[in-house]
Design a protein around this ligand. Sequence first.
Ligand SMILES: *Cc1c(COP(=O)(O)O)cnc(C)c1O
Length: 402
Amino acid sequence: MTSENEFIQKKNNNKSREAYLPYSKQWIREEDIQAVVDVLRGDYLTTGPYIDKFEQSIAKYVDAKYAVAFSSGTAALHGACFAAGIQDGDEVITTPMTFAASANCILYQGGTPVFVDIDRDTYNIDSRKVAQSITDRTKAIIPVDFTGQPADLDEILEIAKANDLIVIEDAAHALGATYKGRKVGSLSDMTMFSFHPVKQITTGEGGIITTNNRAYYDKLIQFRSHGITRDKNKIKDSHGLWYYEMQFLGYNYRMTDIQAALGISQLKKNEHFLKLRKKYAAMYNEAFSKMDLLDIPFQNQGIESSWHLYVIRLNLCKLRASRKEIFEELQKENIGVNVHYIPVHFQPYYSELGYRRGICPNAEDLYECIISLPLFPAMTERDTEDVITAVKKVLLNYSKKL
Ligand SMILES: *Cc1c(COP(=O)(O)O)cnc(C)c1O
């Protein structure tokens, strides 16, 4: 668009901004592109040196012993459920306030997701309710670090220890977040990070499991490639140098070297990304903290969120409009708002499995009032100000006080 056209368009509408601002978007610069091109010119496109290097970089970054890269965060969660030994009849506790993948991975292994309600302040799984939901069939807990704020890991790990359960932390939002001074990624038995383009760093599609447990590591490596091993120490009866053994039913969940190279380049920038996310979140907090028409995100003591999402809770009793109307008005202002999340048990597939509305009232109530505002490192201070202007404009316009 020419600048003249832009000017005319600006004059002709009074939206808070002229160009649509998405809720999230990747940050790709020349060095990322160069890293990918270098792989394309090299010898390996998949499972070459960059996978090892990426895994080592992530493990080091989060202070874990091992990391296993996967083709997606969802595939990584599936791998973790396999490594945890989840099978038919096992119950696994998770939160409904998450993306479907956190629960789907349980179903892939024949397990039964048990949805436990969220805490009203943090929106993370309520650890007190976790303890009450354990049965003799419970095998694991999958807490989610919702919006980048770590779940109550001490409490959850203690419950797990007392009941002999495995904790698989869904940290898709939380690369770089800290819990009581330690980076998320080495606290739970296994931790998953996602590298989808809207996440903290991207590999296009991709995910990883970090762990300190060698047995899980070995299983994850094999699971990601058909259940096949070439390891001489594991093979029962070698026929020769060409020989490999498929020892259980795995999948092709491998990440490519192309993706891993992008991931290495992206990871170098994560601390910078975190600073920017934090800065924009602080601008939102500052602008909205005194407005009684909404609640800003509550932050627990002792944690540093990675600020993956900025979720506002509308105070609907003080507004003359529903969340739906406010959402649509913000979209009309060219602000790419979103909703995280539709409770997983509301999905038709889960309803058909027998999950009813009413099982997690806090999550269900929250769903009615939330809107995610744009928050990503590639946005600018100006973009953040536009969002603030639009939110104030729309909310004040619907305030009952007017
Ligand atoms: C993105 C996401 C996943 C799945 O990751 P993919 O890489 O998209 O497969 C799982 N859990 C949560 C909470 C997520 O946000």
